[in-house]
Design a binder for this molecule. Structure first.
Ligand SMILES: CC(C)(COP(=O)(O)OP(=O)(O)OC[C@H]1O[C@@H](n2cnc3c(N)ncnc32)[C@H](O)[C@@H]1OP(=O)(O)O)[C@@H](O)C(=O)NCCC(=O)NCCS
Length: 93
């Protein structure tokens, strides 16, 4: 195993949330994070828990590596901030 990522469905909003995306340090920068995020988005497209098209996540504002990854997949900053964490979201087709 080289990493871990969690998908939850927030029924209150509703939206899909991506939590705790991480690739082991010794395996970072090899494309695993990008591949994992694509698999996650393909999974969410199947609407396993609910019909919302919104996908959201939060990320430390200084984590340029992760922010580059999310933005390369179409996520944009929503403007919502919680301490050092900023929210990004993506509307699926
Ligand atoms: C963020 C993380 C999941 C990315 O996984 P990864 O396997 O290292 O990422 P990839 O190799 O697939 O690279 C994906 C993109 O990240 C960006 N990236 C990769 N290496 C980078 C670096 N050294 N600096 C800045 N951006 C970088 C690029 O946009 C890259 O896309 P590209 O290859 O088309 O240029 C991983 O670094 C990680 O687990 N970090 C620690 C935990 C963490 O911060 N998780 C995110 C919580 S919000």
């Amino acid at each position: 195993m080289v990493g871990y990522v969690m998908v939850i469905y927030d029924y209150d909003i509703p939206e899909y949330d991506i939590w705790h995306m991480m690739i082991d340090e010794s395996n970072q920068g090899r494309g695993y994070g990008s591949a994992a995020l694509e698999r996650v988005l393909d999974y969410i497209k199947t609407k396993p828990f609910g019909l919302s098209n919104r996908v959201a996540l939060t990320c430390n504002q200084d984590n340029s590596h992760a922010l580059n990854l999310y933005k390369s997949k179409g996520f944009t900053e929503t403007g919502a901030v919680d301490g050092d964490e900023i929210e990004l979201s993506l509307m699926m087709q």
